[in-house]
Design a protein around this ligand. Structure first.
Ligand code: ADP
Ligand code: ADP
Length: 225
């Protein structure tokens, strides 16, 4: 079942269109990658899904509900979470305290939710009392994802979670993405490196100049690469 369906989405910043009739879908528990050259509009597309940029046309259906044009806080309530490329974790708070800030609506269940999320992130669990400012780049990126997961989203949008990481951390972060998907959350992830996208996702979408160029199962896109 597609938990996210995007049909013909167009938009950009103010009156300047950046993406044109972009379509994609993600099914329950799937990892779907978006690749394409720099400036292709990958980040803009993701921001437009999360209500940050201006949408001029198209449809966004989240778990059967039409959510196009909703502001971010309403999208979050409907089950979408977004982790921007620039991390905004709290450096003076511990991992655990950062997770407690993660937008879980049921205050009484908060401590329990933190434990559930830490189970999905073994590296963070092992370091749960360390402060945000003491973490490696890879751990910070994972903390950003973990905090987004606190809200138990149906769809998790990740804007290049491996950007700027050394190769060893890139693999750790991708393993982590796979672990999240296994819990049933659908993940849409931007990745610069096509080979990495192919080896770590089920479906790959290629965006060029703000438009869908091609998409397919990772094996098929690998054959075209
Ligand atoms: P359902 O959508 O009913 O759960 P499937 O998961 O078998 O059925 O997928 C139906 C079709 O969608 C198949 O042709 C499959 O190749 C294709 N598909 C699977 N994932 C994606 C995706 N992320 N984007 C586009 N098409 C996809
Ligand atoms: P990608 O993520 O594929 O590298 P982006 O979505 O970041 O591409 O950028 C697509 C285009 O949108 C670029 O031409 C970029 O200059 C433009 N752009 C990005 N952010 C803004 C902004 N805040 N205001 C205006 N234009 C922007």
């Amino acid at each position: 079942m597609s938990v996210l369906e995007v049909k013909g989405l167009s938009g950009g910043y103010g009156k300047t269109p950046i993406i044109w009739e972009v379509s994609m879908e993600a099914k329950v528990g799937q990892v779907v990658s978006i690749v394409g050259p720099n400036g292709a509009g990958k980040s803009t597309f993701m921001k437009s899904l999360f209500g940050i940029t201006d949408v001029t046309g198209g449809e966004v259906v989240l778990d059967g509900q039409n959510v196009k044009g909703l502001p971010s806080f309403r999208l979050a309530r409907a089950g979408m979470a977004y982790v921007p490329q620039v991390d905004n974790i709290f450096t003076t708070m511990t991992i655990k305290e950062n997770l407690e800030m993660g937008g879980y609506s049921n205050r009484r269940g908060l401590a329990q939710r933190v434990e559930v999320v830490l189970e999905i992130f073994p590296d963070l669990k092992a370091a749960q009392n360390r402060k945000g400012g003491e973490l490696s780049g890879g751990q910070r990126n994972m903390l950003g994802m973990a905090r987004a997961l606190m809200a138990d989203p149906k769809v998790l949008l990740l804007d290049e979670p491996t950007a700027g990481l050394s190769p060893i951390y890139v693999d750790v972060v991708w393993d982590q993405v796979g672990r999240i998907a296994k819990t049933g959350t659908a993940i849409v992830v931007i990745e610069q490196n096509v080979d990495r996208a192919i080896s770590n996702s089920e479906w790959v979408y290629v965006l060029v100049a703000g438009r869908n160029r091609l998409d397919g199962p990772a094996s098929q896109v690998a054959a075209l690469d």
